[in-house]
Ligand binder design. Sequence first.
Ligand SMILES: C[S@@+](CC[C@H](N)C(=O)[O-])C[C@H]1O[C@@H](n2cnc3c(N)ncnc32)[C@H](O)[C@@H]1O
Length: 243
Amino acid sequence: MDRSAQPSILPAPADKPVYVNRMFARIARTYDLMNRMMTGGQDQRWRRQLLALCDLPPRGRLLDVGTGTGDIAYAARRLSPPASPVGIDFTYEMMAAGQGKDPAGPVPFVQGDTFALPFADDTFDAVVSGFLIRNVVDRVAALAEQARVTKPGGRVLVLETTPPSNTPLGPLFQFYFFRVVPLLGGLVSGDLEAYRYLPQSTVGFPMPKELQRMMELAGLRHVFYRELTFGSVAIHVGTKTRD
Ligand SMILES: C[S@@+](CC[C@H](N)C(=O)[O-])C[C@H]1O[C@@H](n2cnc3c(N)ncnc32)[C@H](O)[C@@H]1O
């Protein structure tokens, strides 16, 4: 498929935070349903795999950045033994939509920006994000700020989609992302533009090796990644060393 046939709707870098914030505020109520439909339920499995790589101590403190409706934070509390999660996001409406969805009760949500996390240095045993980094402009700065609040010896993890060219099923994924997802998203959320943004932001995202390098530039060490679901998604893991 010729992607150039579709005009870009990606915002200019300076406009991106406001664009992203407004877009997630608009789709917050249908966000979870759309995720389940779009991935056939695989998204929750990816989140569990992310948490399995956190190497948390029992009751370990976990920060979920760009928590959205809190799926990673809620899953962290279901671990055995459970972790102690906090979710942070700059879109109030996403966290509001995630309130009360777990019968076990709420997890703490904080409104804030990944570039200025309101926590002291060395606070968390692990800091994770799911599908956040694609939405920020200065990825190295965001990762460095996440590393700052991680305890020495703790991990910073990133769950993200990869560009379709990363997978042998690229043309199929591209068709699905560019043609099916916007239609489905438009129907479910009433917001065609948000689900046209998704494939376009995925195509421009760094390949896994480049993201690995960005994590190293952010000061993380022993960085590695795992590819999931035919390479359409990857989990990157880096460690904050003691030096
Ligand atoms: C695709 S959603 C992912 C939500 C959740 N992590 C998940 O696994 O479904 C991306 C989230 O990142 C948030 N976000 C984007 N840029 C942010 C920033 N600079 N600081 C904090 N949150 C941000 C958005 O508001 C949105 O809720």
